[in-house]
Design a protein around this ligand. Structure first.
Ligand code: SF4
Length: 399
């Protein structure tokens, strides 16, 4: 793998599409009301003065990239994420989406999945109406918890009531595809607390749930507190019990677990994220965004003013360019694909990379199958229930 800094040329897009047209676009909005103490994503709090500059620069970038991708993409999914996209005015977000739809080749309207992440503290009914009319047809609400103590601990700028209100407002605005993000395994959280959160979420009847275990990321305030001994994570057995409860309640509620942390009603699995898990190409826009085109991954610089200057001058905005070998790409595709409960297609991997996973991993794969962590059917490898529980340990052996 090679990593270069400060590219002198923009990536050669036309050469980057041996896999067929790129179908996904991600637009990163790197602003937040304030920084949550567990978060390691690239986002900046208190930078309101940069919002207009950002929007203007991304607007230009959309037009530049659309010209370059004119023959090599046909978008099926668009995802505005962050950060907190809805810190920008709804009209600005509507304009940016309008530009994406006008400038890039896209699938037919009824085949497009267009998601925006919202924080309940930053939208009202009017905003949601504007977003829906602009063409966003999937909403992902960052709820995290329905318990005030947990929301305070997580530094969230909203209450449980705000989250419920955002959900009701979204329904009224016409959103028929809504995801709720929730976190479990929080400090001080017991199984009964998690049951309460899940039940509250299910009562709202969303189409999709993303349920993430809190992980302590380096260089975050939570990491420091754990290090100092002032923050205590729940015991592993408690977290496993939370996951088991999740599986039971969601099965009863007719949700399909289609990825380690994602559950959806039939027909509502997130197509944008499925593209990531298939390790397919995607376009990334905005400061700090990542774009992946075949076997090259580009990361844009994070400095917003420099980003805007470079875009205005037609200069490269990519700071890192990571070239992956065929084997690295194969292993990544294997690992990401196993996150999905459907697993990976053996013939699909062979066709794409010319590598047979059984021959490549040999005894490692046999060992995982014998230990009931992996299951092999005719053409598929997938994690077993036990493997899903111990996914990290399985992936380490396949990296
Ligand atoms: S709102 Fe999301 S992106 Fe922003 S700081 Fe909190 S977790 Fe990070």
């Amino acid at each position: 793998m090679t990593v270069q800094r400060c590219l002198s040329n923009l990536p050669d897009i036309t050469a980057a599409h041996r896999q067929g047209p790129c179908s996904a676009l991600y637009l990163h909005v790197p602003f937040c009301l304030r920084k949550c103490p567990y978060c390691s994503f690239f986002s900046l709090a208190g930078k309101d003065r940069l919002h207009a500059l950002f929007a203007e620069a991304v607007d230009r970038q959309i037009k530049q990239e659309a010209t370059r991708f004119a023959k090599s993409c046909r978008l099926e999914t668009i995802f505005f994420g962050g950060g907190t996209p809805t810190l920008l005015p709804a009209e600005t977000l509507a304009d940016l989406l309008g530009d994406c739809l006008d400038c890039f080749p896209t699938a037919a309207d009824n085949e497009l999945e267009i998601t925006i992440e919202v924080n309940p503290a930053t939208v009202d009914k009017n905003d949601l109406g504007i977003l829906r009319r602009a063409g966003f047809n999937r909403l992902s609400i960052g709820v995290q918890s329905f318990t005030e103590r947990e929301l305070a601990l997580l530094g969230r700028p909203h209450t449980a009531l705000d989250a419920r209100q955002t959900f009701y407002d979204a329904r009224q605005a016409g959103f028929t595809n809504i995801n709720l993000d929730l976190m479990y395994g929080l400090p001080g959280q017991r199984v009964a607390d998690w049951r309460h959160n899940l039940k509250q979420a299910l009562t709202l009847e969303p189409e999709h749930l993303s349920l993430y275990e809190l992980t302590i990321e380096e260089n975050t305030p939570f990491a420091e507190q754990v290090e100092r001994g002032s923050l205590h994570m729940p015991m592993e057995e408690e977290v496993i019990a939370m996951l088991e409860l999740t599986l039971t309640l969601l099965r009863q509620a007719k949700f399909e677990r289609y990825e380690i942390s994602n559950y959806g009603r039939r027909g509502f699995h997130c197509r944008h994220n499925i593209n990531y898990w298939h390790n397919r190409s995607y376009i990334g826009l905005g400061p700090g965004a990542v774009a992946c085109l075949d076997d090259v991954r580009y990361t844009a610089g994070r400095d917003i003013e420099q980003f805007a200057n470079h875009i205005a001058a037609g200069k490269p905005i990519w700071e890192d360019e990571e070239h992956l070998t065929k084997e690295e790409r194969f292993r990544e595709t294997m690992i990401m694909g196993l996150r999905m409960t459907s697993g990976v297609s053996i013939s699909g991997l062979q066709k794409r990379f010319g590598i047979d996973p059984a021959a490549y991993y040999g005894p490692t794969l046999d060992g995982l199958i014998k230990q009931d962590l992996l299951h092999r059917s005719n053409d598929h490898l997938r994690l077993t229930d036990r493997g899903l529980l111990l996914a990290d340990a399985v992936m380490v052996r396949l990296v």
